[in-house]
Design a protein around this ligand. Structure first.
Ligand code: HEC
Length: 250
């Protein structure tokens, strides 16, 4: 009898463990998380924070704060009325590495424990950041922030070799706008009444001189991106080349 009871208990235990394993598997597969890229350079060496990037090229799977994260956060969170130094909504300022780390409550390596990641992925329309009428971040932008925190939320920087040979609106100008400008210059009430999400909006500023004047911080123009770092020399060259060639929709 004792033996049968023991076999029965063993079966029960095995059953419980089986159910636990299955439910853990199901739970983990339900969590929606972007893939985490390996922290290696092009040759497979683990050297994620080397900003010289070997041949002066940035590691493709490493997210760089200065070029990819800061401009996006300034444009989408530090616009007028929000988290800039003047308005600091809720006492929160998001315009530099140190303010983003502290006010964004970033937990290095743990996107899920970071307030900034939480609010941009919030499903409740009343709580999501940026709030309406500002458009939410795109999944590409959300993934970049996820990767950056996952990779240690470093204050890192890297610029690829500048390519000014073939500057087109679709290939280069739109990505500069999306990275540094459209958070403020989009939606139903864009900053300065200027919408930079469409070709016609960008072309209008290009042709009246305000685009290059403002990004080049020329006197008598409002310096752009407002409250953020000046665009890189490469980006300024690319914008100048595109404007001088007639700001075409190419
Ligand atoms: C944080 C918000 C913000 C960001 C980011 C931003 N802008 Fe602006 N922009 C404004 C505001 C606000 C104005 C209205 C003028 C002012 O308040 O300075 C403006 C005005 C402008 C003007 C008119 C300037 C003038 O002198 O007439 C241009 C052109 C412009 N922005 C282009 C850009 C470009 C290009 C980028 C990206 C490289 C950019 N902005 C990024 C907020 C922003």
């Amino acid at each position: 009898m004792g033996r049968i009871k023991k076999i029965f208990l063993d079966f029960l235990l095995a059953g419980v463990i089986f159910l636990l394993v299955i439910s853990m598997f199901l739970l983990s597969s339900c969590k929606h998380q972007p893939p985490v890229y390996p922290l290696t350079d092009d040759t497979g060496n683990e050297n994620p924070w080397d900003t010289t990037g070997g041949t002066n090229n940035c590691y493709p799977n490493t997210v760089y704060f200065e070029q990819q994260i800061l401009p996006m956060i300034v444009s989408n969170c530090a616009m007028s009325g929000c988290h800039n130094t003047i308005d600091h909504e809720d006492g929160i300022i998001l315009n530099s590495y140190s303010s983003i780390m502290s006010d964004g409550e970033i937990s290095s390596g743990n996107p899920g424990d970071s307030k900034l990641y939480e609010v941009i992925t919030e499903t409740n329309p009343d709580d999501i950041m940026p709030p309406a009428p500002h458009p939410p971040l795109t999944s590409t932008q959300i993934n970049l922030i996820y990767q950056w925190i996952q990779q240690g939320a470093q204050n890192n920087s890297c610029e690829n070799t500048c390519d000014t040979s073939n500057v087109t609106y679709s290939g280069i100008i739109t990505s500069i706008m999306q990275n540094s400008c459209t958070g403020c210059h989009s939606g139903s009430t864009p900053d300065g009444q200027i919408d930079l999400t469409t070709y016609s909006g960008v072309a209008a500023t290009a042709l009246n001189g305000t685009l290059y004047g403002s990004v080049n911080h020329a006197t008598s123009y409002s310096a752009m991106p407002k409250g953020g770092n000046k665009l890189s020399t490469c980006q300024l060259d690319q914008i100048r080349i595109w404007v001088n060639a007639g700001a075409q929709n190419n």
